[in-house]
Design a protein around this ligand. Structure first.
Ligand code: AMP
Length: 210
């Protein structure tokens, strides 16, 4: 099964994608993580990617597509995947063509005010990529990753002025995909404002999963 999950920054799509991937035994591909891993590698390409991410802009399509095409053919994607963070604009969905024919496109909706509130309190582990929230999903030891004990950080692109820019990019470039998915008959809208278990319940109900 191939699922696209999208929503504004802070909508909880990554958390819900993890839960859904485990339930369906498919892999969860996070485009932002693929790009951040390349950025951290220190390669020339990585440095280029870093510049776009830290400025709140989208990374050029050809770079994103190359990384994604390498990822979807890996063995853990054999039963399908949930794509989180791709496609982010109409060009990307057209460019990828038949490689990605999703059966479902899930939008996790939250308001902009809620997105900003949530992201400001987000803390990330620079080593293993785990994500925490100071109120809703706090680490067991303040400032330390539960999984690898590294010191948690605020991502550069999670600072307030960059978040506002990223939300604008989302509204202008990613939201128009809704009409595309509606025309394909694969669009499902989920209210992302309630608690994590409540949102999961709505997703499972709409996908007819127990
Ligand atoms: P995310 O963690 O999903 O918000 O992604 C962080 C950043 O990675 C974005 O602000 C973009 O700079 C970049 N990025 C992630 N996915 C894509 C994509 N599909 N196309 C272009 N840039 C992307």
């Amino acid at each position: 099964m191939k699922i696209i999950i999208f929503g504004p920054q802070g909508s909880g799509k990554g958390t819900q994608a993890d839960i859904l991937a485990e339930r369906l035994n498919i892999c969860h591909i996070t485009m932002g993580d693929l790009l951040r891993t390349e950025a951290k590698s220190g390669s020339e390409l990585g440095q280029k990617i870093n510049g776009f991410i830290n400025d709140g802009q989208l990374v050029p399509d050809e770079i994103v597509l190359t990384l994604l095409k390498e990822r979807v053919i890996m063995s853990d994607c054999g039963l399908g995947y949930i794509l989180d963070g791709f496609p982010r604009n109409l060009d990307q969905i057209k460019l990828i063509g038949d490689v990605i024919k999703a059966e479902v496109a899930l939008e996790i909706w939250i308001s902009d005010e809620e997105a900003i509130r949530r992201i400001i309190d987000r803390r990330s582990c620079p080593k293993c990529g785990a994500v925490y929230h100071l109120k809703y999903h706090a680490p067991k030891t303040l400032g330390r990753c539960d999984k690898c004990q590294s010191e948690l950080m605020i991502r550069d692109d999670d600072k307030e002025e960059v978040i506002k820019k990223r939300l604008n990019v989302y509204h202008q470039q990613t939201e128009p995909l809704i009409k595309y998915y509606q025309d394909q008959g694969i669009y499902i809208k989920i209210n992302g404002m309630p608690s994590i278990p409540e949102v999961t319940k709505e997703i499972f109900a709409k996908l007819k999963l127990s």
